[in-house]
Design a protein around this ligand. Structure first.
Ligand code: SF4
Length: 250
């Protein structure tokens, strides 16, 4: 499986879930490499913004920013190697994240099945951008989908970020919750349209303020909480920003 590589090794770390339905839950994060979208503000751009690709990123204007070398930022491990790493960590809650984990759902299904053989108490949740339909086997093994569809502000064309059949799968799947990142009132209007067009139960929806500093999050908090109350959605903070700031691998 292709995992993101951070500080010379596969990005697997023990922390707490910082967002959404399971906020505060101690969890192991397994970050897969590769993504099928190219969000202009992505903070895990080292999973897809490869040398030689044409995609633009907000960081392009930063001095010294350059695209990533695949060999330096992908760590390829087999299932038994990953299982051995995970067995050493005293936690049975796994968050599969990325990149876009569902690009490697066959391998992730093998990993989940292997871990359940070790201990049937393993709990698995996956982050996904909501553009790929899970296979039957993956759906059987996963406990929770954290679906985080991308909005127009991501710079991905609508036809690749908003897929009717995939929305239908997740909006009718009991294991799925939706998380939308809100920066502006325009984002909120777009989310209201998505909820309505794709028939999403607002009780499955979490709205989260955009921001990579406590100050930015706090500035949007009151406004967004009032909007959640009016819409009947949930509000979620970004707990890890309050605890760790905008650091990778924590
Ligand atoms: S879908 Fe997620 S990982 Fe992929 S480019 Fe967008 S923010 Fe980054």
């Amino acid at each position: 499986m292709k995992l993101a590589k951070l500080n010379g090794k596969a990005e697997i770390f023990y922390s707490i879930q910082g967002e959404g339905k399971n906020i505060g839950k101690p969890s192991i994060f397994v970050r897969t490499s590769l993504c099928n979208l190219h969000c202009r503000w992505c903070d895990t751009d080292y999973t897809w913004n490869w040398e030689g690709t044409p995609f633009s990123h907000d960081y392009d204007s930063l001095p010294g920013y350059k695209k990533y070398s695949k060999s330096e930022y992908i760590e390829e491990l087999n299932i038994s190697e990953i299982t051995s790493i995970l067995k050493e960590i005293p936690c049975k809650n796994l968050v599969l994240t990325g990149g876009e984990p569902l690009l490697q759902q066959t391998e992730l299904s093998e990993l989940m099945a292997a871990l359940r053989k070790v201990d049937s108490g393993y709990w698995f949740e996956t982050e996904t951008n909501g553009t790929i339909t899970p296979h039957e086997e993956f759906d059987r093994l996963i406990n929770q989908y954290n679906v985080s569809p991308k909005l127009a502000n991501s710079n991905n064309p609508q036809k690749i970020r908003e897929k009717e059949d995939v929305y239908r799968f997740f909006s009718s799947n009991e294991k799925a919750v939706f998380k939308f990142v809100i920066a502006t009132s325009k984002d909120l209007e777009e989310v209201k349209r998505l909820i309505s067009d794709h028939n999403i139960d607002t009780q499955k929806v979490y709205l989260m303020p955009e921001g990579t500093t406590q100050e930015k999050l706090n500035a949007k908090q009151q406004w967004l909480i009032e909007e959640c109350k009016a819409l009947g959605t949930n509000y979620t903070d970004r707990l890890h920003i309050h605890i760790y700031g905008n650091k990778r691998g924590v």
